[in-house]
Design a protein around this ligand. Structure first.
Ligand SMILES: Nc1nc2c(ncn2[C@@H]2O[C@H](COP(=O)(O)OP(=O)(O)OP(=O)(O)O)[C@@H](O)[C@H]2O)c(=O)[nH]1
Ligand SMILES: [Mg+2]
Length: 252
């Protein structure tokens, strides 16, 4: 058996048979230091078989948990198997595995616990998202930036890298529905630090998005409510000598 790496890519996948094999192969070819784990979130198509055939390890959930439950399964797996780093990559081909190296470099350079790929910090807008979604993202970014006291430009991005401290935090507690924005708040409340780095995002390579027009409004209200409820949650008490959060150097 080959030696296991310390880097794990977690790919949450729900009925992504059109793109999953290409996503797994791209990680193998373009980011070879990563092991690949696909979390098949109760798909009704053959996503799990295609992922396994392409060379990924697969956890098949017996029923659909939603994106948060799927990603948290990945955090628990990483914690139990001793991985030092976990990257999240979507199963629909929107992210470029070659850019995982950039996330690692940023984590080292900035000495942070999480690096988030932002489509808004680059001029290469292959997928700026539809205008309604984009407006929602900018509103989340505005509110979240004020709460956490540092600029966050793309808080819904699902292209992220976490270190061991963040893996342990999110294996214990990760938001369920539309989790990405809330996860940034949770990170901040636990005095872990994040930084954003520019990445390209592409249009989904096939399949269906979880966020149709009807769901966008629900998404907006739910996430904003979750942010305000999150504000009221009890925060961990700081230990003497804990690191204080630092701000990113880019603008929103
Ligand atoms: N739709 C859906 N996706 C899930 C679920 N569980 C895991 N996923 C995966 O979560 C990832 C993100 O979901 P997407 O529907 O692409 O969400 P998004 O990228 O914000 O939306 P688009 O920009 O429209 O693609 C994909 O890899 C999905 O396959 C689920 O219960 N429903
Ligand atoms: Mg997507």
């Amino acid at each position: 058996m080959s030696k296991r790496s310390s880097y794990l890519v977690v790919v949450p996948a729900y009925n992504e048979s059109e793109t999953i094999a290409a996503v797994v192969e791209a990680v193998r070819e373009r980011a070879p230091r990563f092991d690949t784990l696909v979390i098949d979130d109760g798909s009704t198509d053959n996503t799990n078989e295609l992922a396994a055939r392409a060379g990924a390890r697969v956890v098949k959930l017996p029923f659909n948990l939603g994106i948060g439950g799927a990603v948290q399964t990945g955090f628990v797996y990483a914690r139990e198997h001793g991985y030092g780093f976990l990257a999240q990559v979507d199963a629909d081909g929107q992210h470029d595995a070659a850019e995982l190296e950039r996330l690692i470099e940023t984590m080292q350079d900035e000495d942070v616990d999480m690096v988030c790929g932002s489509r808004f910090l680059t001029d290469d807008h292959r997928y700026p998202a539809p205008i309604s979604r984009r407006t929602g993202i900018h509103i989340f970014a505005f509110v979240l930036s004020r709460i956490v006291g540092m600029p966050v430009s793309d808080p819904t991005s699902g292209f992220r890298l976490y270190n061991r401290r963040a893996i342990e935090l999110f294996a214990r507690d990760y938001p369920h529905d539309y989790p990405e924005v809330e996860a940034v708040l949770l990170l901040h409340h636990n005095r872990l630090r994040m930084h954003e780095t520019p990445v390209r995002m592409y249009v989904r390579g096939g399949g269906t998005s979880s966020i149709g027009t009807g769901k966008s409004a629900y998404y907006m209200v739910k996430v904003l409510l979750a942010l305000f409820v999150g504000l009221a949650r009890r925060r961990p008490v700081a230990d003497p000598g804990d690191r204080a959060p630092v701000s990113a150097e880019h603008g929103v």
